[in-house]
Ligand binder design. Structure first.
Ligand code: SF4
Length: 398
């Protein structure tokens, strides 16, 4: 029997308000919906194997628990994301973790909870710790109150400092913070100030995302339509956003952070083990509305609507949709697209061997232009081209 580790993702698609830039499937719902939703997740976890059987005509690739399994799986990461999972009562979060514990074998787990700074109280932080969380990802986004207010965030700069302090006092030794480059009203000065505050707080982990302008968010749609609502006219220019990113790269590196993925930095030894599974195409199972899963060969996701999801679970029907077995060409594209997001790059020889392809002709012109670096078998994005990685991927993947 082969042994393999597995990540678990729990999706909580509820928020207090809707941020202007958000393009996720989340909603603002009454607290009455929290308990039935958490119970639905527990039931989906308990019914995992029978749901899997109904989706598959052949034997499932991943089998859990105590059944005779072709692969022995041990859960080593759990990630509660959203949405704002910290809105759920800690007893509900603990109930989901307990259900996981009863249905999966686990070992030295990294257990992460995404939290909004203003939702943190000493009582909650203690309850999270006691429930088994050992890593908190704080959605800071900015340390500038004008930017936070324009983006529709509920917290202010002082909440980030106090939330962080409460978590530290409670004993959390693995805290991640998120920032967004490109928020309306952001300037070089306010950006540098946000990075300065990050270095003051010194989280173990940091993610920096560049603002996405697309139809999926109110801000993106307004900007594309040339309108003024949501401060759309105050979004910094693309060149400025790229400069913000490059400047953060330099300052974080000088401060001892390892830049290990396009959008992610960590103090040595504190990379996100869960998110690394996505880039390394390791298996993970998602539970909850809209949660995605990957078993090494297939990808599938649950229905997005949380009420429909809960109804499926209640009636014993599968919430899964969009089940796709990847073709070798799709898998190869993922190896490159996801793998090259990591600054360590990919093992080109392994990829060429496994996929029976030669990629040298495609890589050579991009390496000559300085977009890619090939050292031995290791293929990487050039560190000074990370802010335009999407353009490089388009060229490489054609
Ligand atoms: S808190 Fe996160 S998920 Fe919720 S609306 Fe804001 S950006 Fe979207």
């Amino acid at each position: 029997m082969r042994a393999m580790t597995l990540g678990i993702y729990i999706q909580v698609p509820f928020c207090q308000t809707r941020c202007t830039y958000c393009n996720f499937h989340t909603g603002v719902v009454s607290r009455d919906r929290h308990l039935p939703y958490a119970e639905a997740i527990c039931r989906e976890i308990e019914d995992y194997e029978s749901l899997q059987d109904r989706v598959e005509s052949a034997a499932p690739v991943l089998q859990m628990g105590h059944s005779a399994a072709p692969i022995s799986l041990t859960v080593d990461t759990v990630y509660f994301g959203g949405g704002t999972p910290s809105l759920l009562d800690a007893t509900l979060l603990g109930k989901i973790l307990d259900t996981l514990g009863h249905n999966f074998s686990s070992e030295s787990m990294e257990v992460t909870l995404e939290a909004d700074p203003e939702t943190i109280t000493p009582e909650k932080a203690r309850a999270w710790r006691d429930a088994g969380f050992n890593r908190i990802s704080l959605g800071a986004q900015s340390f500038n109150d004008t930017e936070l207010q324009a983006a529709g965030r509920m917290h202010r700069r002082s909440d980030i400092f106090s939330g962080n302090r409460i978590l530290r006092d409670t004993g959390f030794r693995n805290i991640g913070l998120d920032l967004i480059a490109g928020l309306p009203y952001q300037t070089r000065e306010t950006w540098e100030e946000s990075v300065r505050h990050i270095l003051q707080i010194r989280p173990e982990h940091l993610s920096i995302y560049m603002l996405e302008i697309d139809e999926g968010s109110r801000l993106g749609a307004e900007s594309l339509a040339g309108g003024k609502r949501y401060s759309a006219t105050e979004i910094p220019a693309d060149d400025s956003i790229a400069d913000f990113y490059d400047s953060a790269c330099a300052r974080l590196s000088a401060a001892g952070y390892e830049h290990y993925e396009i959008s992610n930095w960590a103090v040595p030894g504190m990379r996100s083990r869960h998110n690394s599974k996505y880039w390394q195409r390791k298996p993970y199972l998602g539970f909850g509305a809209g949660a995605h899963s990957f078993d090494g060969e297939k990808r599938w996701s649950n229905v997005h609507d949380s009420a429909r999801y809960a109804s499926c679970i209640e009636h014993g029907t599968s919430p899964r949709e969009q089940i796709e077995t990847l073709t070798p060409a799709q898998a190869l594209e993922e190896e490159l697209f996801l793998g090259l997001r990591q600054l360590d790059g990919v093992d080109l020889e392994r990829i060429e061997r496994e996929y029976h392809v030669s990629l040298r002709d495609r890589i050579a012109p991009l390496a000559e232009q300085g977009f890619l670096q090939l050292n031995g078998a290791r293929l990487r994005l050039a560190p000074n081209r990370l802010s335009i990685s999407n353009d490089v991927f388009v060229e490489l993947l054609g």
